[in-house]
Design a protein around this ligand. Structure first.
Ligand SMILES: C[S@@+](CC[C@H](N)C(=O)[O-])C[C@H]1O[C@@H](n2cnc3c(N)ncnc32)[C@H](O)[C@@H]1O
Length: 408
């Protein structure tokens, strides 16, 4: 059927209507007229999902997708290869604006800022996780599917990741293989074995370029550089994927919080300690930083990365539970909050507000979760001061925000 494409929705599809029903269409752009093929949904469903399979009237923002796998039925990794990079950023801005309006009742104009470290949206992914099929062939997942699409190369991968050449080998016994090109120039392949199968047989693993370290998950670490320091990251532990991300986010957090000597700071969901380290520099020896992280491995890395500084304490545990501890009660001056996609949620927001910080920097990879938590902050007397958005995931619908909240 032929439909007229409306606005972009959270999640990367655009919304169309067919006989009163909403249809979420991939591979289309706002304002286009396209022929669609329905990929999910039946007569009784409230909405359908579909792919645009023929562009009848194209948007001025449409370009030829650089990657041949970014097409209906192809790889699900990129949503917007068919849009010019500036148009991708406008669409991301529209989604953030819409989520803040719908879920937090706030009216904000957003501009999504490009960051250094990609080439027109390509060459930026310093980590790529390939799924491996039962024959040992690596590939990337189809959209909303467990199917694996084998590929010749991934164009959003960093050139150093592409040069490892995971795609060109078989990985018998592996469930997934992650290729990492670290900011310090190291290259690694981290192999995860199938849950119910034997560990991959090292003798059958491929020969890779000589410098590439091959390891099981958790059995090796590498170093990243950011904020003028190096950071140890073990196995597949969290580190921002875009090379421009860590420094950009650190600067946005510092600009928003303006930490000063002697302050008491929290870094919640601290990963390997990036923000805690930078906060420690600013609050100095007369201040203190508490960093909380749920992953044992990442917390151990954070402890190692922050060992140079007295007054920094890394606590391993769930943020909602750790914030209940009596020894951590009392006033806190500044908080960095960088939760996973699900957001911080009301109990964590309440625990932060109870400590009456003068400012909170919320680093968010999901604008809907951000908007929900901003609404909770609002109910508790904290107002959204500024929100900046960054294009840390070009060619995909993902966007990173740094929101600053203050008591209002
Ligand atoms: C988006 S990452 C942020 C990491 C870090 N701030 C950085 O920029 O490198 C989120 C982190 O939260 C951790 N995490 C997820 N759920 C958690 C929870 N309930 N409590 C504590 N940490 C959690 C993850 O292990 C991950 O390291």
């Amino acid at each position: 059927m032929v439909v007229q494409i409306g606005s972009v929705a959270h999640g990367g599809s655009c919304v169309a209507r067919h006989e009163g029903r909403a249809v979420f269409v991939r591979h289309a752009l706002p304002g286009e007229t396209v022929r669609i093929r329905v990929t999910e949904g039946g007569e009784d469903d409230r909405f359908w999902r579909a792919d645009a399979i023929e562009i009848i009237e194209a948007s001025a923002d449409r370009v030829v997708a650089p990657c041949p796998y970014a097409a209906p039925g192809g790889c699900g990794g990129c949503d917007w290869q068919h849009a010019a990079p500036a148009a991708q950023r406008r669409m991301k801005a529209a989604v953030v604006t819409e989520q803040l309006s719908r879920l937090a009742g706030l009216d904000r104009e957003i501009e999504v800022e490009a960051v250094p470290g990609d080439a027109e949206g390509l060459d930026w992914r310093t980590r790529v996780t390939y799924a491996v099929d039962s024959e040992g062939r690596p590939g990337l997942r189809r959209h909303r599917s467990h199917d694996i699409v084998t590929i010749e190369q991934c164009l959003i991968a960093h050139p150093e990741v592409r040069a490892i050449g995971v795609e060109h080998h078989r990985w018998p016994g592996a469930a997934s293989v992650e290729a990492i090109a670290s900011g310090s120039g190291e290259r690694l392949v981290v192999i995860t074995g199938a849950e119910d199968g034997p560990a991959p047989d090292a003798r059958k693993l491929p020969d890779l370029p000589a410098d590439v370290i091959m390891a099981g998950s958790g059995s090796t670490w590498h170093t990243e550089t950011a904020a003028g320091r190096t950071w140890q990251v073990t196995g597949s532990g969290f580190w921002q994927i875009h090379p421009g991300a860590p420094d950009t986010l650190v600067q946005a957090v510092l600009d928003g919080l303006r930490p000063v000597a002697g302050e008491r700071a929290f870094d919640l969901y601290c990963g390997v300690g990036l923000f805690a380290g930078v906060l420690a520099d600013h609050v100095g020896p007369s201040g203190s930083v508490v960093a909380v992280e749920g992953s044992r491995q990442a917390a151990a890395d954070a402890r190692w990365n922050l060992r140079w500084r007295d007054g920094v304490r890394v606590i391993e545990g769930r943020v909602d539970r750790v914030l209940q501890r009596r020894e951590l009660s009392g006033r806190v001056d500044i908080v960095v909050l960088d939760p996973p996609r699900t957001g911080a949620k009301a109990p964590v927001v309440r625990s932060i507000v109870d400590r009456a910080p003068r400012a909170v920097a919320y680093v968010a990879c999901d604008p809907a979760a951000l908007a929900r938590d901003v609404a909770t902050f609002g109910e508790l007397g904290y107002q959204l001061d500024t929100v900046r958005a960054f294009d840390l995931f070009p060619m995909t619908h993902h966007v990173e925000c740094v929101a600053i909240l203050r008591p209002g």
